[in-house]
Design a protein around this ligand. Structure first.
Ligand SMILES: [Zn+2]
Length: 239
């Protein structure tokens, strides 16, 4: 029997969404079309990038701090296009991300601070997850879920104004090929997805010509539900 796929309705109860990624441009390329549609529905969206993306160039003459600064600006420009409320960057060096206890605590703090009810992150368990930063970001984001809800974990975080215990209720992973069960049609908002991706000019200097690979991925996901472009997720059961 074919697997039953859900669409945007999978996020019907979401009010505050946090996306934990590794690099500037991950969110936009992996799930920008879904994010845009959720923002249009009035959902508050928070974006977390664990690294500065400061090795993301083939030009050895660029300094890492200069590239990092540029990528932070590009992140803000893309966030504005998608309707993201707030962005955070945890400042880790690109290419060296580890799902260590410090990263877990920093992500848990953001769950507590944003009071997000839904998490999007990389699937760290997909065997094709070849980028170590993607694997680490997904692992740390999942690892932070449980302790963020416990009052004796990093209790000093709870003294910050506006912060409460973590209240995530739903987790969806992207960049996965492990029986994704949510497939979102992004055809109608593909222009916005492409525009947000291209806000990362340092990554796609030739504009849309640099995004053939993305259209190919989104097009093949779209075939599953007979639309031109789609994005897919797998829900992780939590309690
Ligand atoms: Zn990435």
């Amino acid at each position: 029997m074919p697997q039953e796929l859900r669409n945007l309705d999978a996020f019907a109860e979401t009010k505050r969404l946090i996306v934990v990624a590794a690099h500037p441009d991950d969110l936009e390329t992996m799930c920008g079309g879904t994010i845009y549609q959720l923002a249009q529905r009035g959902i508050e969206i928070f974006s977390v990038n664990c690294t500065l993306g400061d090795i993301g160039t083939s030009d050895a003459g660029v300094s890492r701090p200069a590239l990092a600064a540029r990528r932070l600006e590009e992140t803000e420009a893309a966030a504005e296009l998608l309707g993201i409320r707030q962005t955070f960057n945890l400042g880790r060096p690109d290419g060296e991300l580890l799902p260590d206890l410090a990263l877990r605590a920093e992500i848990a703090r953001l769950y507590r601070l944003t009071q997000a009810d839904t998490l999007f992150t990389f699937d760290p368990f997909w065997t094709g997850q070849i980028h170590p930063d993607h694997r680490a970001a997904g692992q740390a984001a999942l690892d932070a879920y449980m302790p963020s809800k416990m009052p004796l974990y990093q209790p000093a975080q709870l003294n910050e104004q506006g912060t409460g215990l973590g209240c995530l209720e739903r987790i969806f992973v992207f960049s996965t090929d492990r029986n994704p069960d949510v497939v979102v049609d992004v055809t109608a908002v593909y222009t916005q997805k492409i525009a947000a991706s291209l806000a990362h000019k340092s990554q796609f200097p030739e504009g849309e010509a640099n995004l053939d690979w993305l259209k190919e991925i989104d097009g093949s996901i779209g075939e599953k539900i007979s639309v031109t472009f789609a994005e897919q997720f797998k829900q992780i059961d939590v309690w």
